[in-house]
Design a protein around this ligand. Structure first.
Ligand SMILES: Cc1cc2nc3c(=O)[nH]c(=O)nc-3n(C[C@H](O)[C@H](O)[C@H](O)COP(=O)(O)OP(=O)(O)OC[C@H]3O[C@@H](n4cnc5c(N)ncnc54)[C@H](O)[C@@H]3O)c2cc1C
Length: 472
């Protein structure tokens, strides 16, 4: 298999090539197809969203944390307000949980007041400080030692990969081309733009965009010496069992007294609880979960939310964090010239655009960043017509367990595969697994992230073999 899922493009030259099909690459491909531009995405993996966009907290931030006046503050606030509409357009599940930043002492109380002021300047709607009594009324599982909270009603949660897959499917439906198993390893500037060599194949383009996540520094070096480089750190998370018992209903951010990394409690879009996240050095190839970090998260849970069953662990996972630094040369090496960048780093040089180390809240701002980049690309290209056929709406995939009994029966009459349940934990049918394969899943994890099968309490031990048979 070439790995290409082309949609009507011919030849090897396109207007734009995007390297990397994470959530940013997928949203950018979709956004560019609003215009009369041919777009090709080269991705080294066999699917979309296999990098940072697969993990993370899945929180859509309200925007009170960011320094007023920055691009990040503006984008985050606007993106959070626009998020429900984006999810409706793309048929993506989300939960408008709201969030509480909780404090347990004077230092953290002051920090909450600062965040309130910042949030007001950033235009975040509905922010307010809550008393201890109001906080406990909203979240009775919190420790009675809580002193108060900052409430942000707009905060949402989403499964990050679901958002990325939706953007991919809509970009594909609108004519973007995605070529998988293509590792961009060489770039040459030409009179027409660029030639990218990826896994031995050559692809030409006028505009080249680097959306390579943690590898964005390396990809930038294929074109020029980057002034910004990524140092990778890591984060650990706990996912609780589906039926773990009492849970919080808001995203809870724990503001610590000493400014150290606190706890984040996330009621996920599909209904269970996630506990995050540590901040640590990478611990070798594959970056396995750090057991000490997991124990620390559980210990913090016992202090902050003693009623939460933090020992009912379904699974743990670790994610890489890309921290972008401005660098300078020191002999043969590059050294950081200051602190890790706070704002989004978008580098631009003569038809080449680089998103380097887009960290939190890159998921929240994925569509906004894509629209921002689209504007820059249009400016670089000169006059470009709109695409009159662009349709922003994505048809929702069939999800049997949300249907009424009548709808379910009607569907099963049409196709009995929707009546054969494969994943008992999450109630996923054979029909949905087959749909996932038609929608682009090439592996067990492709099916898992498209349907939710194998994500329940048995983690696939009862259904994996049957799903493998359906994949063949
Ligand atoms: C621990 C953690 C928690 C986070 N939580 C949140 C949150 O709650 N809310 C929020 O808004 N944001 C959050 N973020 C930020 C958000 O997840 C990221 O900003 C976003 O996912 C970045 O997407 P991306 O497309 O840049 O990267 P990726 O998803 O990593 O995609 C990059 C892609 O490029 C491909 N690639 C790399 N090199 C090459 C090459 N040479 N050729 C071809 N393909 C290549 C990779 O295979 C990969 O698919 C979090 C980030 C971290 C690390």
């Amino acid at each position: 298999m070439s790995g290409s899922r082309a949609a009507g493009l011919s030849g090897r030259h396109t207007d734009v090539i995007i390297i990397g099909a994470g959530v940013l690459g997928c949203f950018l491909a979709r956004s560019l197809r609003r215009y009369d531009l041919s777009v090709r995405v080269l991705e080294m993996a066999d699917d979309v969203c296999t990098g940072i966009s697969r993990g993370g907290s899945g929180i859509i931030y309200a925007g009170y944390d960011m320094k007023p006046g920055t691009r990040k503050a503006r984008m985050t606030t606007e993106a959070c307000i626009a998020f429900p509409e984006l999810c409706r357009t793309l048929s993506v599940r989300y939960r408008n949980t709201g969030s509480l930043v909780v404090s347990f002492g004077e230092n953290a109380d002051r920090s909450l007041t600062d965040k309130l002021e910042r949030g007001k300047k950033n235009g975040v709607p509905g922010l307010r400080l809550l008393s201890r009594r109001e906080t406990l009324a909203m979240e009775p599982l919190l420790s009675p030692a809580v002193s108060g909270a900052l409430y942000a009603p707009g905060t949402c949660t989403v499964d990050p990969w679901e958002l990325g897959i939706a953007a991919y499917e809509n970009a594909l439906a609108n004519g973007a081309e995605f070529v998988f198993k293509r590792n961009a390893e060489h770039v040459q500037r030409t009179s027409e733009g660029f030639t990218v060599t990826a896994s031995g194949q050559e692809y030409g383009c006028r505009i080249l965009v680097n959306c390579a996540g943690t590898a964005a520094g390396n990809v930038h070096e294929l074109v020029s010496d980057p002034s910004v480089r990524i140092q990778t750190a890591a984060a650990d998370y706990i996912v609780l069992e589906d039926d773990a018992g009492p849970a919080v209903s808001h995203v809870i951010f724990h503001e610590t007294e000493d400014g150290s990394k606190g706890l984040t409690l996330i009621p996920t879009a599909h209904g269970n609880m996630m506990i995050g996240q540590t901040e640590r050095e990478m611990n070798g190839p594959g970056n396995p979960t750090d057991s000490g970090g997991i124990a620390r998260l559980q210990e913090l849970c016992r202090e902050v939310v003693p009623g939460l069953p933090a020992d009912q662990i379904l699974r743990t996972f670790a994610v890489s964090r890309p921290n972008p630094y401005t660098v300078m040369r020191s002999g043969d090496t590059w050294v950081p010239a200051g602190k890790s960048h706070f704002d989004f780093s978008i580098l631009e040089e003569d038809g080449f655009f680089s998103l380097i180390g887009i960290k939190t809240p890159g998921l929240t701002c994925s569509n906004a960043l894509a629209e921002d980049l689209t504007g820059r690309i249009l400016a670089a290209l000169g006059e470009v017509a709109e695409n009159p056929d662009f349709d922003p709406v994505r048809k929702p995939p069939v999800t049997v367990h949300v249907l009424s009994a009548e709808e379910r029966n009607a569907l099963i009459r049409k196709d009995p595969a929707y009546g054969r349940i494969v994943c008992m934990c999450r109630d996923i049918s054979e029909g949905e697994i087959r749909d996932a394969v038609r929608r682009g899943a090439r592996s067990l994890s492709g099916i898992k992230y498209r349907t939710g099968a194998m994500m329940g309490n048995c983690q696939g031990s009862r259904c994996m073999q049957r799903i493998m048979d359906l994949l063949l």
